[in-house]
Design a protein around this ligand. Sequence first.
Ligand code: NAP
Length: 334
Amino acid sequence: MEFKLGGITTGPTSAGPERTKLLILGSGPAGLTAALYAARAELEPLVLTGLEIGGQVALTHIVENYPGFPEGVGGQELVDRFKEQAERFGARLVMDTATEVNLRTRPFQVKTYGNTYEADALIIATGASPRKLGVPGEEELTGRGVSYCATCDGWFFQDKEVIVVGGGDSALEEGLFLTRYASKVTVVHRRDQFRAGALMQKRARENPKMDFIMDTVVTEILGDDQVQAVRLKNVKTGEEYEKPIDGVFIFIGHIPNTDLFKGQLETDERGYLKVHDWVVTSIPGVFAAGEVADPVYRQVITSAGMGAAAAIRAGHYLDELAFEAQEAAKAARE
Ligand code: NAP
């Protein structure tokens, strides 16, 4: 049985393996741009969207550095536009998640919750997930005051005091967003200098609701049913103290979603898929795009660029496969 949700197919789609020329895993800027390019090249791409269409950017309140939108564009709106454009040219989106892949067979096999797919070529655009602090209380209080998404959870902190952990662009940008709701947003950063760009730092420093605690780490998040306080430690003086707080927003970078491919594709020491020529993995016919293979740039525009490149490469690869098959058939007839 098959269900339609906002134009997207969900649930089991057929009993047996479904064969496709090109399967794309992930529906962030990389996956959806790959889908657009592949659809226009008539590769009939099928996209397994994962549980959340759009990936991280869909959770971003406003994107101000994607060219073509001088006033900025909402993250969700940008994703909706990517999706609409890919579908206009025939890309098929299925709301399902890959649970197992076999890249040792041809065609490649991908199992999902609802189906098994066989693909001649694969583009991996599974993105990255928020890095956790790994301190006591974090896991237990996630969703009870601990959050990794200001756009999703900020509203619950009207007139409350929150801390934001991290010193990069995400921490300051999301912290600024939280000042819409919270009465005070304190950024806790482990060093005495921010990693965030100069403009973001200026905006944060000029916002009267923002405060900063530098050279400090969170060692524990406290609360019974709800966050009540954090235990902080100054890494220079060693001083430890408790700070009462209503919410803890954590933005300390991301971890690439590559568990599915362990032992099959080469990864670097941080777990990012290793690629050469921007998008080519260690297995012919398997390409990677976006944050799953990009420890450096990690922008919407660079992920989209990698998606386009991966689709172009996949097209060349599929052309070669078709040519080889034709030659083999010709040889068999002779
Ligand atoms: P990021 O630049 O890697 O920054 C991560 C921050 O978390 C760093 O300040 C790091 O501290 C801190 N950190 C890492 N592990 C930690 C731990 N275990 N405990 C405490 N702190 C920890 O990540 P990001 O801010 O998510 O940004 C990712 C990329 O997206 C960047 O290229 C960024 O420029 C870009 N971005 C751009 C925008 C924008 O332009 N509007 C918005 C968001 C993100 P250290 O500094 O000490 O390493």
